[in-house]
Design a protein around this ligand. Structure first.
Ligand SMILES: [Zn+2]
Length: 475
């Protein structure tokens, strides 16, 4: 008996390891089998390259893909025609997978290794065609596994429009659409495979519009009041302000309208501002000072001014418990290799990025775990992360060294490299969703950490206030 007990114990461990391995294999094989279909869907969305809040066909394609698999669809949620929720199962736990599908203006590019426009208005320079497709694939694979193993709970896909400058998810969070969600999963296309703690900057953006009086700039300048003067005076003040704001804050602007002809005093001018910092309260205070500068500028130039807040997002709230699960699953999935043809393409892209050849090791492996992230950009996933415990990862959908929002990102994202990288994410997300659906204990731990990091008395204040969705911000 004394000998029998340890043997039994070892057998039990062996059995559970075997079951875990079987689970992993099943989910990965399921996704492998459908990878051709998902690649076609992603490439169709890549071709469409629809911009924020205008992603009608891309959204419909993902809705159809999910409804064909037995998900029920609720479309046009939060007052946004291209936002939707696809759901399978019932009751708790509720696991959400976020998907995006908006493209970026001015970044049209063919799937070739040199910079050639595809002739369109926009391009998938942030890889959101892969983001949306792989997240839908992960939701479907999770559903398949739940069905086969009679696992209770709900898997939901959140179709999230206009991440790029439109803050689409903020309206969805504000609407309370995540209220009953236990954990939200997401990923982002990138140049390596990683599941680290990530950070992002809170931001707030607005267009400031100045109204003056037109007159002949030479014959009757005294009769005119220049709206462009208003914009320039505002920019001058904001640029002086940069010295007196907290370190690491970022302010950027573009003049979107400055008049039509030098001999006409412009009666309308517009400037588009972003303020960012890794804390939302700092962003709010900087934004208020930018508004003060705009008001002062209007007064000093004899013009009037109004402004429209177009976006506003929270920083990302990390979750170490969830990140470790995601990382373990990414390691089970691992990286991938290039074919000869992909390698040729990648080497040519690598040269345009200043290196001799593509770093194959990065594609084939998973980056070492980091429990702290550095924030450079912003994402509306931030608001989701303050609503429910949220976790994400990156997959190598681009040639190593490729920055987001570049023609090289559009190009690789439109090839089999993008499609292969996206499946690394789909598999990792599905494995993580199944892990969470199978363990109340994991969810409880994730929630404890979430409450502790967010604070007990946290109150959600959307940075974009109560404005209706800015559906025409790209028009
Ligand atoms: Zn993006």
């Amino acid at each position: 008996m004394k000998r029998l007990l340890p043997t039994l114990f070892l057998m039990l461990i062996g059995l559970s390891l075997l079951t875990a391995q079987k689970k992993t294999d099943q989910i990965i094989n399921d996704l492998e089998q459908k990878s051709g279909m998902y690649s076609e869907i992603a490439m169709e969305i890549w071709e469409l390259a629809e911009m924020g809040f205008l992603e009608e066909k891309s959204s419909l394609l993902l809705q159809k893909t999910l409804s064909d698999e037995g998900f029920t669809i609720q479309s046009g949620v939060a007052g946004i025609p291209t936002a939707f929720i696809a759901e399978y199962g019932s009751g708790s736990p509720v696991i959400a997978v976020l998907g995006e599908y908006d493209a970026l203006p001015g970044l049209s590019q063919k799937a070739v290794s040199e910079q050639v426009t595809a002739g369109g208005q926009a391009g998938h320079a942030c890889g959101h065609h892969l983001f949306g497709t792989a997240s839908a694939a992960a939701a479907i694979a999770t559903k398949d596994y739940m069905e086969a193993h009679k696992i209770e709970g709900t898997i939901r896909f959140y179709g999230c429009p206009a991440e790029e400058g439109g803050s689409g998810k903020v309206y969805m969070v504000r609407e309370g659409l995540f209220k009953d969600v236990d954990v939200a999963l997401h990923w982002h296309p990138g140049a390596s495979n990683a599941a680290n703690i990530a950070a992002s900057l809170a931001n707030k953006s607005a267009k400031f519009r100045f109204y003056g009086v037109s007159s002949h700039a030479a014959a009757a300048p005294d009769k005119g009041r220049s709206a462009l003067d208003g914009v320039e005076a505002m920019n001058l003040m904001v640029n002086m302000m940069r010295e007196h704001i907290p370190e690491k804050a970022r302010i950027h602007y573009v003049i979107t309208e400055g008049g039509k002809a030098p001999n006409v005093v412009p009666n309308f001018a517009e400037v588009y501002y972003y303020a960012r910092h890794n804390r939302r309260d700092v962003v709010m205070s900087i934004f208020d000072r930018i508004v003060d500068a705009a008001e002062g500028a209007a007064q000093g130039t004899g013009t009037t001014m109004d402004y429209e807040v177009l976006g506003g997002v929270h920083e990302l709230l990390p979750n170490l418990v969830l990140q470790e699960i995601m990382y373990a699953n990414l390691n089970k999935v691992g990286g991938y290799g290039y074919t000869e043809e992909e390698n040729l393409f990648a080497d040519k892209i690598a040269v345009t990025l200043g290196s001799d050849k593509a770093d194959l090791q990065t594609i084939a492996s998973v980056m070492p775990f980091k429990s702290e992230g550095k924030a450079f950009g912003s994402t509306d996933v931030g608001d989701v992360s303050f609503a429910v415990p949220t976790v994400g990862m990156n997959a190598a959908t681009w040639v190593p060294g490729t920055p987001a929002h570049s023609w090289q990102a559009v190009a690789a994202g439109g090839t089999s490299i993008g499609a292969k990288g996206m499946m690394v994410a789909a598999k990792t997300l599905a494995l993580t969703a199944v892990d969470l659906l199978s363990s109340k204990e994991l969810i409880r731990k994730a929630k404890d950490e979430f409450i502790q990091r967010r604070g007990e008395d946290f109150e959600y204040i959307p940075l974009l206030g109560d404005r209706p969705p800015a559906l025409d911000y790209r028009k």
